[in-house]
Design a protein around this ligand. Structure first.
Ligand SMILES: Cc1cc2nc3c(=O)[nH]c(=O)nc-3n(C[C@H](O)[C@H](O)[C@H](O)COP(=O)(O)OP(=O)(O)OC[C@H]3O[C@@H](n4cnc5c(N)ncnc54)[C@H](O)[C@@H]3O)c2cc1C
Ligand code: SF4
Ligand code: SF4
Ligand code: SF4
Length: 400
């Protein structure tokens, strides 16, 4: 029976819950809002399967598979690229699967803007998966569904964080030729509790009626390189950048993220997935022609199956093949876990004790420093030099 005394040792993938032959495991939310397995000892027969499938107990070594291949890509479909976080790499892979009568799994919002995994068989419905949701997605019973679909011969594309993909593959326990997996390079995942509180706080503060859309990385106003959090309600629109928006600040300051993300076992170059996709802000480094500030994805292909799919969809992209060592160079989110913010403990204590407004004002005051930073970023973004200045500033800070 699986027991987790240290929360860093559980990424919440659900492999243990889904494998349990007695349905003795339930995923329960803790006081920080993250899901962990909870075992009904009365039902448990001590078969040990839950331990056998846990991707953290059974670590996959970071060792070379077949020769990897790497590309930077822009999806040729303008609307798809606009709605996607980076260059629309995911949609091209997903469309390939649907065109082959397959099923695509990804993270989407429910009616209350909670993030959860579900599936579609319809190309028009893929829109719900587009766009990174910076909240841990609840994968529910999807692993069992996927196994049943695979055994029935269906082609499946399953997308998610690297820990979700390793969890799924451990749960399945064997390779399926009809399964295509896509993971992202993953900074970390924020708490669903912080997300619910934040959304409620914004709705009240801004006197919003019904929220109709949320975009964590809206490129429409300032382009790809300085994207904003956007909340659209039927009576108003809220937009704010990373230096201002409380939810994005909590995420990028590594305050609101899952304990396992501080000691992530899935940050590596060689993965169990077929594709790893991620941002490419420094497009000009690879190809000036692809740099139009509308979003570019990096794709790292790990398997023969991935290569075959890429060859079939490459005509949907403007793209360039890149040397693997060059594409991964300097990508720290691929290799290193985020560091724990010193205020994390107080942050999660306060979120359950303070009123929402008091809580968000305490940790994310809209003071002069924030206002000045916001104005500078916006002006630089409008002038199209935000990314260049950011790089120079980073270099100077590193030297000091
Ligand atoms: C939590 C998270 C952290 C990330 N951190 C980084 C980073 O540090 N550096 C970097 O370069 N890129 C990061 N990415 C990846 C990046 O944001 C884009 O997802 C990637 O560039 C692919 O873009 P796209 O245009 O092809 O896909 P899009 O069309 O934007 O597709 C989004 C894909 O991400 C999946 N997804 C969205 N939200 C979630 C979620 N909450 N949980 C699991 N899967 C989700 C969807 O299922 C879909 O497959 C992160 C993504 C997520 C979800
Ligand atoms: S040991 Fe077996 S029965 Fe017990 S919780 Fe784990 S999987 Fe379920
Ligand atoms: S990491 Fe996954 S399999 Fe391991 S205990 Fe957590 S939820 Fe279960
Ligand atoms: S940082 Fe690691 S543990 Fe955290 S969500 Fe990403 S892959 Fe999972």
């Amino acid at each position: 029976m699986i027991e987790n005394e240290n929360k860093e040792n559980c990424c919440g993938c659900t492999a243990c819950k889904n494998i349990c032959p007695k349905n003795a495991i339930e995923m329960k939310e803790d006081e920080e809002g993250f899901l962990y397995p909870n075992i009904d000892k009365e039902k448990c027969i001590d078969c040990g399967l839950c331990k056998k499938v846990c991707p953290i107990i059974n670590k996959v070594p970071n060792k070379p598979p077949i020769q990897q291949e790497a590309y930077v890509v822009n999806n040729k479909n303008v609307l798809v690229r606009k709605q996607s976080t980076s260059g629309g790499a995911f949609t091209a892979i997903a469309e390939y699967v649907i065109k082959n009568n397959g099923i695509v799994y990804g993270a989407s919002f429910d009616n209350n803007f909670n993030v959860q995994h579900n599936y579609t068989t319809n190309i028009n419905d893929l829109q719900k998966f587009r766009g990174s949701k910076y909240v841990q997605s609840d994968v529910k019973n999807t692993f069992r569904e996927v196994r049943d679909f695979l055994n029935a011969g269906k082609m499946i594309c399953y997308s998610g964080t690297p820990c979700q993909i390793e969890g799924l593959k451990k749960y399945l326990g064997k390779e399926y030729e009809n399964l295509i997996t896509v993971d992202v390079v993953c900074h970390a995942v924020p708490s669903p509790l912080v997300w619910r509180k934040y959304l409620h706080y914004q709705k009240k503060k801004l006197k919003m009626n019904n929220i109709i859309q949320v975009l964590f990385r809206d490129k429409s106003k300032y382009g790809y390189k300085y994207s904003t959090m956007t909340i659209k309600a039927d009576n108003k629109i809220y937009q704010a950048g990373v230096e201002t928006d409380p939810f994005l600040r909590a995420f990028f300051e590594d305050l609101s993220v899952r304990p396992s993300c501080y000691n992530c076992q899935f940050k590596k170059q060689y993965r169990v997935s077929d594709f790893t996709i991620w941002d490419c802000f420094e497009v000009e480094k690879f190809d000036n022609k692809l740099d139009d500030d509308k979003g570019t994805s990096r794709i790292l292909i790990h398997t023969k199956k991935g290569k075959k799919v890429f060859d079939e969809i490459s005509n949907q992209f403007d793209y360039k093949k890149i040397d693997v060592d060059d594409i991964v160079q300097g990508v720290k989110e691929m290799y290193f876990s985020v560091s724990k913010n010193q205020n994390r403990e107080n942050f999660f204590k306060d979120i359950n004790q303070l009123e929402e407004e008091e809580f968000f004002n305490k940790y994310f005051p809209d003071n002069i420093k924030v206002k000045v930073e916001r104005t500078i970023r916006k002006v630089l973004a409008k002038l199209g030099i935000y990314n260049k200045i950011k790089k120079v500033a980073k270099r100077i800070l590193r030297k000091n």
